[in-house]
Structure formats: C-alpha cells, structure tokens
Design a binder for this molecule. Structure first.
Ligand code: NAI
Length: 334
C-alpha cells in the first residue's frame, strides 16, 4: 500500500524545494501517493484570509503533510496561514533538530552540535489576540495554558526518553512574565518528575541566546513556548549553516505536517538557487514517521555525502549549484 501524503508546495521558494523533495523521495522507491494542494497568497485572499478548504480536507484524509513555506504579509493583511494550520489540526509540538552535517564547513565546524528544539506551537503571543485599546495603544495577548504547556513538556520528555537523550533545558523569561512563563515552567518541572533519568535545567531566554552562540555544545534538548522557539530556532539554524539546512515537524496526536524552519525567501524566489536540504531533511523526518527508516537513512547519508564533497553546494553555503543540480547530486548518491 502506498503512503498517502498531502504535498503543499507553498509559495516563494516553496515549489522549488518541494519539487526537489518529491524527486528525492521518488528516487528512494518508497511508494507515496501525493495529494497535491496549492496554498499561496492569492488563494488565501480568495478564501477570505482563511485556509482554503481543500487543504484541510486533504490533510484530514491523509493525516500526513509535507509542506513548503507560505508568505504572510507583514503588519496588515491576513493572519499567518501557518499559525492557522497548526491550530486547526492541533499540531501542538514543533520539533526542530539542529545538527551539524558532517563535512559541511560552518563557523562551528569543530563543535559537536546536536540539539533538538521543542517549541509549543498553538498559543503564546501567536494567539493573534491583539487590540487597539485607543489610538496609539495596542495590546497583544500572550496566552499560556497549563494544558498546552504540559503536553509540549510531556512530548519533549517522551521523545528524549525514546532517543536516550540526557538533558532538557526549558527556556523562559519568568523573571519578567512571572505568571505566564511561570506557569510554563511549573508544568515543565511537574513533567520532569516523571523522567528521573533525564537531567532538567532552566535558562532565561536572553542568556540562552548568548550561551548558544558561545558554547552550543552544552545543549541537548531545548523546550520553550512559541515565540522563543521561533527566534531561537533561527539562531540555532545559523550555528549549522543557516536556514537552508534545518528541518521541522509539526506534530499533533492525529496529524503531522513536516516543513523546513525557513520561510518563502522572497529575495531568492523563482531563481532556482534555494537550498532544498531543509525540506529534504523534513522529508527524512516524515519517512521516519511513516516507518520507512531505511529510506530515511539513505537520504541522510546522501545529503551528508554531497555536503562533505562540497562540489554541488547551493549559494547559501558558498557554492554555485542550482537547486536542481544539488538535488541531482543527492539522487546520484542515493
Ligand atoms: P526566510 O526564512 O524566508 O528568509 C530569511 C533569509 O534566509 C533570506 O535571506 C533567505 O534568502 C534565506 N533562506 C531561507 N531559506 C533558504 C533556503 N532554503 N535556501 C537558501 N536561502 C534561504 O524569512 P523571512 O524573509 O523573514 O520571511 C519571508 C516570508 O516567509 C514571510 O512572509 C514569513 O511570514 C514567511 N515564513 C513562512 C514560514 C512557513 O511557511 N513555515 C516560516 C517562516 C517565515
């Protein structure tokens, strides 16, 4: 039986990296029946700023999605489709493994970096609850609940136990947001008690940012609310070669949508130069989720081989290969 997967190429560089992912997945021989659904700015506007119905209908059928980025207008315009999708499908755990690819030359190439970021994906300042109280005064509501904090903490600890990881650091700003981030920490501490073999520590987010730049090797698993997770993920991506590298998974109890950390990169969209590694690594996470470990490992090894050879790197990594040339090199290694 083929796996049925919803493919959402997205916009900007999305279709370019999605095409790369489909080519590589096809080359593994894993049978996948794609349900391709479009999601871009025009369609979102036509649907009144909401997720077009065919996208949700497909994900409800397949339960698994591979997604490219989707542009969100800055300041005005519709609410982020990514946030809407995560809420609609209750994809509460955002998982982002940040790993140094062997052979790839980066600023931290002699530092062993292997961090997994767990970001709460449904609330915090992404609740979208904003209010102009009077002209010139706006409030943005940060929502933290016991339910959401406990389930992301439990998800992270269970994941850590399954992989035999040693340490979880909760990132917060509870010195200032004593109630909101305080509740988040309270939930993490409570869950930590059920996982005695895993060391649990806490770090204030500003210090965490500095520590990640100074000594990233000290970190194992990072656990945090939504906004810090968004920012710290990009920082962490910068440690291992940038946004072209780092994959992600949005996990719920029923649905799973795999997508890169990066956005639609309007500055390079349509030029065929985007690095598809991040979406390819997201596809690896998807294959693991589908129980296709062997194919997942083959793609990983092919990516490592192409990066350590260094002959077909894209421009973000100092090379001159196009997205297609890089992808062809990966397929040859497979
Ligand atoms: P971005 O991630 O699109 O780009 C930041 C920088 O990284 C740019 O210089 C871009 O060229 C580079 N970059 C990103 N991915 C790359 C890749 N695969 N290969 C080579 N270089 C890459 O972030 P930005 O510019 O802040 O956001 C652009 C749009 O994307 C916004 O509308 C934002 O809302 C949206 N976005 C969507 C996401 C999603 O759909 N999950 C996630 C993040 C942003």
């Amino acid at each position: 039986m083929p796996h049925r997967v919803t493919l959402i190429p997205g916009d900007g560089i999305g279709p370019e990296v999605a095409e790369a992912a489909v080519r590589v997945l096809e080359a593994t021989g894993v049978p996948i029946e794609w349900e391709r659904v479009e999601l871009n700015e025009e369609m979102i506007l036509a649907a009144g700023g909401r997720i077009p119905e065919p996208v949700l209908a497909s994900l409800h059928r397949t339960l698994v999605g591979l997604k490219g980025p989707v542009t969100t207008p800055v300041a005005g315009g519709f609410r982020s489709l990514n946030v809407q999708l995560r809420k609609a499908l209750d994809l509460y755990a955002n998982v982002r493994p940040v790993r140094r690819l062997p052979g790839l030359k980066t600023r931290y190439q002699d530092t062993p970096i292997d961090i997994i970021i767990f970001r709460e994906n449904t609330e915090d300042l992404y609740s979208g609850l904003e209010n102009e109280v009077v002209d010139g005064v706006v409030t943005s509501l940060k929502v933290i609940t016991r339910r959401a904090s406990t389930r992301i903490a439990r998800y992270a600890f269970q994941y850590a136990r399954k992989l035999g990881r040693k340490k979880i650091t909760a990132i917060h700003k509870a010195n200032i947001m004593k109630l909101g981030d305080g509740l988040f920490l309270e939930c993490c501490r409570q869950v930590a008690q059920d996982f005695e073999e895993i060391q649990y520590t806490e770090l204030i987010v500003d210090n965490a940012a500095m520590q990640l730049v100074m000594r990233p090797e000290q970190f194992d698993i990072l656990l945090m609310p939504n906004l810090y997770g968004d920012i710290i993920s990009d920082l962490a991506a910068g440690l291992v070669g940038g946004l072209g590298i780092v994959p992600g998974a949005n996990m719920g109890d029923e649905h799973a949508v795999f997508e890169a950390v990066h956005g639609s990169a309007p500055d390079i969209a349509g030029r065929g130069v985007a690095n598809p590694t991040a979406l390819l690594q997201s596809a690896v996470l998807m294959l693991l989720h589908l129980g296709e470990e062997a194919a997942a490992m083959r793609i990983e090894r092919a990516l490592e081989a192409v990066h350590s050879e260094g002959k077909h790197l894209t421009r973000d990594l100092g090379g001159s290969a196009t997205t297609r040339e890089f992808t062809t090199a990966v397929i040859e290694k497979l």
